[in-house]
Design a protein around this ligand. Structure first.
Ligand code: FAD
Length: 294
């Protein structure tokens, strides 16, 4: 059991960990890669860095600093967050528990663009198998995606119906062997999707070959889970794609905090670092109070 788990090793997550670790909080950072800063060739607008520095170098420096303070790291993709008294984070490979959680997983990754997809959001197009699967007992379902996260979401739907098809939208399956086991027996359609169709509710799709396919619901799990998708699963309040926090960076669930690009606003390193510092401080106070009352 950790005191604090932080999702993401970008500037917000690392900065939060510098405070939590130095306050003797047993801290774990879970991340699957580097996030948006890795793509920045040169940073010239961050305090105390007089010469241009690459995003990659800044990130490596941050991780080194956190490791030197005793922060643990796990490289894995987060697919779900659960728990009301304690937090449980589910990754593709394991489960981790903590008293408090800081979400610092950056802004949403590239979204899939298919005609009609957004039109049917909430009308048969869903981004959360755990939240909405229940409504589709014994129905025909599609899961849109081609990665490990896709397999995880499809597997979540298995108790609901045996009629699940994976739509990769023109991609080859890019899944680990473990993930492929999760979707064993499910049909896989690799044709690109031209359009999602329906009237009041989604009814299916037209493929690039002009062939029609039918389904009662389509679950989108295209790349890895974004902050907003994880937030939805946990019942966190969202404003469009951003997680809503108060001035102490607490979400609507008292032991869950969020910082950096995933809460919206000015998407810059300096702001992410500031958010991370306050979210870290708030999480420390929360855990200290909780332990006092145990
Ligand atoms: C090309 C480019 C250039 C930029 N240049 C500048 C600049 O010059 N100056 C500046 O101040 N800002 C710049 N930015 C913006 C800056 O990179 C971001 O504002 C900052 O990195 C946000 O930090 P963050 O910690 O919130 O998120 P990120 O840095 O995006 O970190 C997110 C972390 O979450 C992890 N993650 C995401 N999803 C999951 C999941 N499902 N499971 C596990 N881990 C997950 C990622 O792997 C990563 O570790 C630039 C951005 C880009 C794209």
């Amino acid at each position: 059991m950790y005191d604090i788990i932080i999702l993401g090793k970008g500037p917000a997550g690392i900065q939060a960990s510098l405070y939590t670790a130095r306050s003797n909080m047993k801290t774990l950072i879970i991340a699957n890669g580097w996030g948006s800063l890795e793509k920045a060739e040169k940073i010239e607008n961050y305090y105390g860095v007089p010469k241009p520095i690459s995003g990659e170098e800044l990130l490596h420096n941050g991780v080194q600093q956190a490791k030197a303070l005793g922060v643990d790291f796990v490289e894995d993709e987060v697919v779900a967050i659960n728990g009301y008294e304690e937090v449980e984070v589910t990754t593709l490979q394991g489960k981790y528990q903590a008293h408090a959680l800081i979400i610092a997983i950056g802004s949403s990754r590239k979204k899939v663009r298919i005609n009609g997809l957004t039109k049917f959001e909430g009308k048969g197009v869903s981004y959360c198998a755990v939240c909405d699967g229940f409504f589709y007992k014994d129905k025909t379902l599609g899961v849109l995606g081609y990665k490990d996260y896709t397999a995880h979401e499809a597997y979540e739907l298995k108790p609901v119906t045996s009629n699940i098809t994976i739509y990769t939208n023109g991609n080859e399956l890019d899944m680990s062997e473990d993930a492929k086991q999760l979707i064993k027996g499910m049909k896989v359609i690799k044709e690109p999707i031209k359009e999602i169709i329906g009237t009041d509710k989604v009814s299916g799709a037209i493929l690039a070959t002009d062939e029609s396919v039918t389904f009662d619901g389509l679950f989108v799990a295209y790349e890895s889970a974004s902050g907003s998708e994880l937030a939805l699963k946990m019942g966190l309040e969202l404003n469009k794609q951003s997680i809503v926090v108060n001035e102490n960076f607490v979400t609507n669930i008292p032991h869950i905090f969020a910082a950096g690009d995933c809460i919206g606003g000015f998407k810059q390193v300096s702001k992410a670092v500031g958010d991370g510092a306050i979210a870290g401080k708030s999480a420390i106070e929360f855990v200290r109070n909780k332990k006092k009352n145990l």
